[in-house]
Every structure is written in C-alpha cells, then in structure tokens.
Design a protein around this ligand. Sequence first.
Ligand SMILES: NC(=O)c1ccc[n+]([C@@H]2O[C@H](COP(=O)([O-])OP(=O)(O)OC[C@H]3O[C@@H](n4cnc5c(N)ncnc54)[C@H](O)[C@@H]3O)[C@@H](O)[C@H]2O)c1
Ligand SMILES: O=c1ccn([C@@H]2O[C@H](COP(=O)(O)OP(=O)(O)O[C@H]3O[C@H](CO)[C@H](O)[C@H](O)[C@H]3O)[C@@H](O)[C@H]2O)c(=O)[nH]1
Length: 336
Amino acid sequence: MNILVTGGTGYIGSHTCITLIENKMNPIILDNLSNSKVEVLKRIETLTGKEPVFYQGDVTDPECLKQIFTCHKIDAVIHFAGLKAVGESVKMPLDYYQTNVTGTLTLLQAMKNAKVNCLLFSSTATVYGDPETVPLTELSPTGNTTNPYGSSKFMVEKILIDLSKTQDDLSLVILRYFNPVGAHSSGLIGEDPTGIPNNLMPYITQVAVGKRDKLTVFGNDYDTIDGTGVRDYIHVCDLAEGHVAALKALMYNKGLHVYNLGTGQGTSVLEMINAFIKTTNINIPYTVAERRQGDIATCFASTDKAFKELNWRAKRTIEDMTRDSWNWQSKNPDGF
Ligand SMILES: NC(=O)c1ccc[n+]([C@@H]2O[C@H](COP(=O)([O-])OP(=O)(O)OC[C@H]3O[C@@H](n4cnc5c(N)ncnc54)[C@H](O)[C@@H]3O)[C@@H](O)[C@H]2O)c1
Ligand SMILES: O=c1ccn([C@@H]2O[C@H](COP(=O)(O)OP(=O)(O)O[C@H]3O[C@H](CO)[C@H](O)[C@H](O)[C@H]3O)[C@@H](O)[C@H]2O)c(=O)[nH]1
C-alpha cells in the first residue's frame, strides 16, 4: 500500500513513516522542509532498511500534488504538513490559515481529482479549548479556540465534516493528538525544534544538555494537584502506532471518524520535571513565573473510543517518554 505522508520528515511524520514501513506499507513523503531536515530520510533507512520516496514541495501547490498522484497509485493520505506554533500563529495568522487551511483544501481537491478516498488528518486537543470537564471525549464541545493555530485546525475539521456529507465513498479520519513527546528508542530520530522550544519536554531536555540555564514553569496557581498545568503526554511512537491502527481499521470503512490519541493520564509540569530527574539523574533548575497567556489548567483524553474501534491504546509510560526524549537529545545536542 502506498501512503502519501505530507509533513513526513517532521517530528510525528518521521516516526509514523517508520511504523508504516514496519507494517509493510510504503510511505511517500511530501514536505517543504520548512521545519525539518532531509537527513531524517537516511536515518529512517538505517532503522528500517528502506528510504522513503521523497518530494520536496509544498502542500499548497496543486501541480506538485498532481505530479505525485500521477506518478504513484496512492491508497491513502496522512496529512501532517502544517504550521504548529501557537504563539507564532497569533503574529502570523495569514501564514497559518494559508498553510493549514488552504493547504488542506488543495490536498483534498488533488485527492478528489486522483480518486483517492482515504485521509487521516492531524488535529489537536486544542480544538476543545478550555474544557469544562475531563476526561475529554470525542463528543466534548469544540470550537472555542483561542488562537489562529487552533482555529485553523477546527476549520479543517468543519471542512472534513461538510465534505463527508457530499460523497459516501470517502473515509475521513480526524485524529486529535494530546501532547506528543519522546523519540524513537534508537535515539536516531526525535523532535528538533528551531530556536527556543515552545513545548515543555524539549525545553527540559535542552536545560539538561546545557543549552538553556533553567526552565520557566508557567504558573503554579492552577486548580491542579500541585498548581501547575496538567496535560496528557503521549509517546510519539504510540502516536505513530495509532495512525497505523486507524489506517488498518478505517481505510475501507467509509464516513467521518474522530478519535482522541492520548493516554488518558494527566501529568503536571512538576510531575514531569521530577520524572525526568528520576529517569536521568540530571537536575532541572526551574523558576516559577506568571501563567502563559492562553494556557489552560487541565487537559486529558478519554481513550475508550480509540480502544474500542481501533483496538489501539498507548503502551508507553512517562518513564519511557523521559528516557527516550533524553536519549535523543543527549545523542543529538544540536538536532539533526
Ligand atoms: N507536536 C505537537 O505538539 C502536535 C500536537 C497536535 C497536533 N499536531 C499536528 O501534527 C502535525 C505534525 O506535527 P509535528 O509535531 O510533527 O510538526 P513538525 O513541524 O515537526 O512537522 C510538520 C512538517 O510539515 C512540513 N510543512 C510545513 N508546512 C508545509 C507545507 N506548506 N508544505 C509541505 N510541508 C510543510 C514541515 O517542514 C514539517 O516537516 C501538524 O499538523 C501539527 O499541527 C502536533
Ligand atoms: O517552558 C515551558 C513550556 C511549557 N510549560 C507548561 O507545560 C505544559 C505543557 O505545555 P506545552 O507547551 O508543552 O503544550 P501545550 O499543552 O501548551 O500545547 C501543545 O499541545 C496541545 C494539545 O494538547 C496543542 O497541540 C499545542 O499545539 C501544543 O503546543 C503547560 O502547562 C505549560 O504551561 C512550562 O511550564 N514551561
């Protein structure tokens, strides 16, 4: 099976390509390398014995997509390509809507022209906004997004819902990721943020490796176990396996399907810092500052639907996440 993986040289995409190959599927990558490096391809080859076919191009470019769909018989598309930094999206809303919304529309049109009917779309728990109750089920209210990034993902979800009503031969899958962390256990691929990391785990590992002095904990006055924000961290390899489970279950199962991909487990910032110290024996100095604008107190998933319908459940622990994140960072202090 040929799977077009947009954004396939990125963090989640590269791990998913490995899992696809391990499951005898053939990833074909389209990426413009705006937030990833081409070196990842050789590392995928080292790990799997197979270097994916790679197109350097833009998902907003209809000609590029047409070329790929003409050259390969694509069975399904996993659409990771997108911009993902919440703060940046507030400053550059047009870029975010252009890449995330127009990019998806261009892809959907190209799929229609090529008669490709199956799409897995990378959405986010951010579409739930600030939840009234947790755990979040797929039926929890959505749309109360607070920044252009979240809104762009919510808009695409709406587009997919509308599209699913027009054609009954489509299989459209919305996967709402919680907080992906960790890296391949080999330490050969992992998250490679440019500049100062926005997210907690890469920040912690950069402090541990000596690239940053200390972590700033954004707020310790939330109504949570220790006052710091609680999130549902999921190992990126579990996430990758979730995509393959969704493909296997839904490729020929028509309609629109929505799944949370999380662990169901909430972990606070301080719990994560302590888990990292325990696993690695490296101290993480931190100071507490004001809450970060737009942050919420608590967010974690109900995982029942994915387990029931995809027979998938995250297996890896917080210890696995901290160990593998550190293994990647310590072996690649400057990324790829
Ligand atoms: N990492 C997270 O915390 C998280 C959480 C929820 C959802 N998501 C979503 O999952 C997807 C993958 O995230 P990631 O963490 O792997 O990000 P990433 O930045 O590592 O990967 C995205 C890839 O898309 C590529 N890309 C960006 N714009 C493109 C364009 N116009 N044309 C072609 N390629 C383009 C980038 O070069 C990059 O390789 C994104 O859509 C993101 O919004 C990520
Ligand atoms: O330097 C930091 C970075 C983060 N945090 C805290 O750590 C927790 C997690 O923050 P992240 O930035 O790692 O993750 P978010 O939950 O804010 O957001 C991430 O997960 C969301 C889904 O749940 C969206 O996908 C979003 O795009 C993605 O960045 C939050 O309480 C945050 O305040 C700190 O204290 N210090």
